[in-house]
Design a protein around this ligand. Structure first.
Ligand code: Q9C
Ligand code: ZN
Length: 718
């Protein structure tokens, strides 16, 4: 069992590789830089509003300066690949805009203030400056540079910080501070230059990017998703076509998804619910080749336009989910965001996540509000005809949104108070309120940010012969002696652990777990010949360490002797055998799942059930176990492991009984995030599996509120 010297040939950390003679295989994987482009140039701060206009005065050059300063403050700039900007060509601009409109914008370069005011007045919520044209060309060019960097494989993902924003501008019109439609042009460019057939645009700006919707309305190759403050068409841009029933036209039906928010104060849980129950299922089915994010942060806390409540780390989680699609090819392009501190912190959370750092815990009570659920139900119903993942949806659009029953209105009043950050939500341009959010964010960021462990993934792999197939390996010293281990396992299952090999593997696993608990590593893998014993030992060890909430997901048929009443452990067992004698309880859930080929049909279970429960629980640590009789394929394993990494500050231990190298490889890839796993072609889950998810959702949506996605769920929970 001694091939450690072999591993050390690959070792980047020789100082911890002193233990070559031990006959235990201990390896660490070093996370490889994912390659994130950052595109910024301060020339895009060279235009501003020259006259008094209360509508436009929030769109200031400091938006870029403050964001870039904060990126420097967190040392994120130096970790990114710097890509220079360029001007877009006229031909590129004309991928979306008319030559007549281009000429109008061009003509503003030489105008005096009076002429500029007159041209600006021809459009809704727009101002021009002599440098606007130059900056607008740079904003498009910066976006296209980002596309080229990602599509050429120079980087995996990236962000472009640009002004002016783009998503409101149209073929013949500037609109809402936007001159050229950066993201729409980028999508056309990527289709043309790289022959892409499926591009997903996620517009998390708080305004509806109607400009993007108009460009791709009839185009099934570009799926446009936008959530936006709507208030039953009372909020700018006041358009009927921003509602949930605008699903696209002609060939493009089903490829335009609007989630209208009819109340202000939407927060982390509402945004997550919209991802779990609308965007992500559809996106996994669509299987995009590239993701563009219209990355506006006026949907964040403190923004005077949005008046929403999402805290900066919410954008880390949203980013993390999107990074699991399109093989990780993601381009984020700045749109709005007018509270300078909220904007800057949210930009930083996005870039930090793109770089592959572990995510902060998401704050707030994880329960979407009634109004959010109402919108989500309506969108799901409107899109049911177009997406297999919504095929079994029974909900219909709510009849008349403006005449909800009195009972529901009252229930909603109660509900509003369950959004914990509601009081901090500020919402007017009033400077006192801006400062209040500044202070809140200052302390909030200190609370949620934490030092990144020096090493991403630790592994204890028994079958060393296979280890060369895994990412780069480094040996570490074992920390626990045999006597300590015997104490730990006393009373667990004496018979199984008398065997030398089992004992050794337990020892290895506990050593990896300790490294996670001590925050020397983010996550780890341990192979184990008896996964049930390992799992029990690991859970006891965690509770002994003082953890309050451990989420344990067991894939396979396995009996665990555990006391699950105090809520310190939440056990989800994905099993083939139905355990008829036991019913589900809040902390012990059996998800009966039948394997259905090697397709990614497990996504409906992960998105529709496991993630919502996991985010509702908010664990401190995650243990995933792949045991005997596993009922999900390799794709399901990758999907589950990857999507759960946003939880528990990415502190997770994966225990594997099956020593199949493909399984270990998939898990290692998901944990190190060195490459984004391919989840395979989408296939809808079987009706049997879908009904199981539904049954569980009905049973548990009162306990785990992120499961709620229709109004009847919500009402029955009050
Ligand atoms: N009464 C972006 O966030 N507000 N644009 C107009 C008219 C305009 C927002 C209010 C907001 C434009 C990119
Ligand atoms: Zn906006």
């Amino acid at each position: 069992m001694n091939s450690l010297i072999f591993f050390c040939n690959f070792c980047f950390l020789p100082e911890i590789c002193t233990n070559v003679s031990r006959d235990v295989c201990f390896v660490l994987f070093i996370a490889m830089a994912s390659g994130t482009a950052l595109i910024y140039d301060d020339e895009m701060t060279s235009y501003k509003l020259l006259w008094d206009d209360p509508v436009c005065d929030i769109e200031v050059p400091e938006r870029l300066l403050a964001s870039y300063e904060q990126l420097k403050h967190y040392h994120l700039v130096e970790r990114c690949v710097h890509v220079p900007i360029r001007e877009a060509t006229e031909e590129e601009i004309m991928l979306v805009h008319s030559s007549e409109y281009l000429e109008v914008v061009k003509s503003t370069q030489t105008m005096n203030e009076e002429e500029l005011r007159r041209v600006s007045g021809n459009y809704d919520a727009v101002y021009f400056h002599p440098n606007t044209y130059r900056c607008a060309k740079l904003a498009v060019g910066a976006t296209l540079q980002l596309i080229d960097s990602v599509m050429s494989g120079k980087v995996l993902n990236g962000m472009a910080l640009v002004r002016p924003p783009g998503h409101h501008s149209q073929r013949n019109a500037a609109n809402g501070f936007c001159v050229f439609n950066n993201v729409a042009i980028a999508a056309q460019y990527a289709k043309r230059k790289y022959g892409l057939q499926r591009i997903l645009i996620v517009d998390w700006d708080v305004h509806h990017g109607q400009g993007i919707q108009y460009v791709f309305e009839e185009d099934p190759s570009v799926l446009y998703y936008s959530w936006h403050r709507y208030e039953h068409q009372k909020f700018w841009p006041l358009l009927r076509e921003s509602d949930y029933d605008a699903v696209g036209q002609g060939e493009g039906k089903g490829f335009n998804i609007n989630v209208p928010w009819n109340k202000v104060g939407m927060g982390n849980s509402d945004y997550l619910a919209a991802f779990f129950h609308v965007l992500l299922p559809v996106a996994f089915e669509f299987a995009p080749e590239l993701i563009l994010v219209s990355s506006g942060y006026d949907s964040g806390i403190g923004d005077p336009e949005g008046q929403m409540n999402a805290t900066p780390e919410c954008f880390a989680h949203l980013t993390h989910f999107l990074m699991q699609l399109a093989n990780g090819r993601l381009c984020a392009v700045l749109e709005g965001g007018y509270h300078l501190k909220s904007l800057s912190e949210s930009v930083c959370m996005t870039v930090k996540t793109l770089l592959g750092d572990p995510l902060p815990l998401i704050s707030g009570n994880m329960a979407p509000c009634l109004s959010a659920i109402e919108s989500i139900q309506n969108v799901r119903a409107a899109h049911k005809p177009y997406w297999k993942c919504l095929m079994y949806e029974e909900a219909t659009p709510l009849q008349d949104l403006s005449t909800k029953s009195q009972q529901m209105m009252e229930a909603e009043l109660i509900q509003t108070s369950t959004h914990p950050v509601a009081e901090q939500a500020v919402g007017t341009a009033n400077s006192d309120e801006v400062i209040k959010t500044d202070r809140f964010l200052e302390s909030h960021m200190k609370k949620i940010l934490f030092p990144v462990p020096p090493v991403k993934t630790a592994a204890a792999i028994v079958s060393k012969a296979d280890a060369h197939l895994l990412p780069i390996l480094v040996q570490v010293e074992m920390e626990m002696n045999a006597q300590q281990l015997k104490t730990l396992i006393s009373g667990v299952d004496a018979e199984l652990v008398t065997e030398e090999k089992a004992l050794l593997s337990l020892q290895n696993m506990v050593a990896v777990l300790d490294k996670i608990l001590k925050k020397e590593v983010c996550n780890g893998i341990a192979e184990s010949p008896v996964a049930s014993v390992s799992t029990t030992v690991a859970l006891k060890h965690c509770i002994g360490f003082g953890l309050q909430r451990v989420l344990c997901i067991v894939v396979g048929d396995m009996d665990l002797e555990l006391d699950l009443d105090d809520g310190k452990i939440l056990l989800i067992n994905i099993c083939q055998k139905r355990r008829s004698e036991k019913t589900n309880s809040k902390y012990h859930i059996s998800l009966h799942w039948k394997e259905d080929g090697e397709k990614n049909n497990f996504s409906s279970a992960v998105l529709g059930f496991i993630l919502p429960v996991a985010y509702s629980y908010q664990p401190d640590l995650l243990i995933i176990v792949f045991g005997p009789n596993r009922s999900i394929g390799i794709n399901g394993v990758s999907l589950l492991t990857s999507l759960l990494q946003g939880l528990a500050k990415s502190q997770s231990l994966v225990v594997i009984q099956d020593t199949e190298i493909k399984l270990v490889q998939s898990v290692a890839k998901a944990l190190t995030a060195v490459s984004t796993p391919d989840f395979g072609a989408y296939a809808p889950a079987s009706q049997e599996n879908v009904l199981e998810i539904k049954r569980l959702r009905d049973q548990l949506q009162q306990e785990w509120k992120m499961l709620q996605c229709s109004v009847k769920d919500w009402i029955s929970g009050t």
